[in-house]
Design a protein around this ligand. Structure first.
Ligand code: 0PR
Length: 327
């Protein structure tokens, strides 16, 4: 009996810090139906290959590209690695570097190590990339400039047009990491995508706010020719067909609600710019929340971090705030 209980999957009732969420019911159904297909072998699995093309087209529509190139990857890590790889392979230098803000996801550190590329990180201002600081790190060997549209820790958007200009001036590619933010940003007035700036590649993950089943990441490129610079076929996953781009709802309202609740209790709140809130809760208080079953985590600087994915409901946040009040 004990064993069976342990085998139950995690439910989302108290998960406040994850960028994964309950898959959309249609996504779950599609995932089950296409479980044993392989879009990496489109000759054999034509149906799922067709679905992948459709998924890329839909991601392109979200990201301002009418004729997108791209594929469905295993997640943001793979997409970011592939973007750095495209930039490295097309550049003519033996000592390539990539310039990113310190807020960039740690997947860029993996990319740098795997690909033999130097990762230069520029300090941020208010958790956003600072174009001047980025400019200082760019040189003749810079192959890509990275901007984050919806950062992992603070949910903020970098000045993408300014970063893309720096990339263009340097003859480098501009990569935007909208792995998490990409499904929220269309409901904001941020400049973040191919239609707003000279962006070359972009990460946008259906398995985060797109409510697809894991694993389903997205990598888009302005033109198919950018993929020519990849020397071998990309490892497409059977889960390509698990993507159904339906029913994403913005969590901005609930994020605002929780920010208000925390601020009115005297906590210093940062955000929300997108549905992600951080607040300066004490360590004992955060520990107490964890003891009470809340899955919460802290930023590198120790703030409580709440990610308002679609499973995070108002009633869940009300009960969370009630626990805050108890403390
Ligand atoms: N880029 C950004 C902006 C991200 O936030 C993440 C992951 C990635 C890339 C990498 O994506 P994959 O994890 O799909 O490769 N962000 C989450 C994070 O690091 C990943 C995550 C998701 C962690 C759910 C925990 C969790 O429960 O927080």
């Amino acid at each position: 009996m004990q064993q069976a209980q342990w085998a139950e999957p995690q439910d989302f009732d108290r998960v406040l810090t994850s960028m994964c969420t309950e898959p959309h019911p249609r996504a779950r159904e599609a995932a089950e139906r296409f479980l044993a297909t392989n879009p990496g072998d489109p000759g054999t699995y034509e149906a799922v290959a067709g679905l992948e093309a459709e998924a890329v087209e839909k991601l392109g529509a979200i990201a301002g590209l009418s004729e997108p190139a791209g594929y469905v990857s295993s997640g943001g890590t793979e997409s970011n690695i592939q973007a750095v790889r495209i930039a490295r392979n097309r550049a003519d230098t033996d000592e390539p570097n990539v310039v990113a803000p310190t807020s960039a996801h740690f997947s860029f550190r993996k990319a740098a190590e795997l690909l033999g590329v130097e990762l230069r990180t520029a300090p941020t201002v208010d958790h956003r990339a600072d174009a001047d600081a980025v400019a200082e790190l760019i040189d003749d060997d810079t192959v890509a400039v990275v901007g984050v549209a919806g950062s992992t820790e603070y949910g903020v958007v970098d000045p993408i047009p300014a970063l893309s200009e720096l990339a263009t001036d340097a003859g480098a590619l501009c990569h935007v990491d909208a792995a998490w933010g990409g499904f929220y940003l269309p409901f904001t007035d941020h400049d973040w995508h191919f239609g707003h700036a000279d962006v070359d590649t972009l990460t946008i993950d259906p398995h985060k706010a797109g409510r697809a089943a894991v694993p389903a990441g997205g990598l888009l490129a302005r033109s198919e020719s950018l993929f020519d610079d990849l020397a071998v076929d990309t490892p497409y996953l059977e889960s390509t067909a698990q993507i159904t781009l339906t029913g994403t709802r913005s969590g901005a309202g609930v994020a605002s609600a929780v920010a208000d609740a925390l601020a009115s209790r005297g906590h210093d709140v940062f955000g929300p710019e997108l549905p992600l809130v951080t607040a300066d809760l004490s360590v004992p208080m955060t520990d107490e929340l964890r003891d009470r079953g809340w899955r919460v985590s802290k930023t590198g600087s120790g703030e409580l971090r709440i990610v308002c994915m679609p499973h995070v409901t108002r009633s869940m946040l009300r009960s969370f705030v009630a626990d805050l009040d108890w403390y």
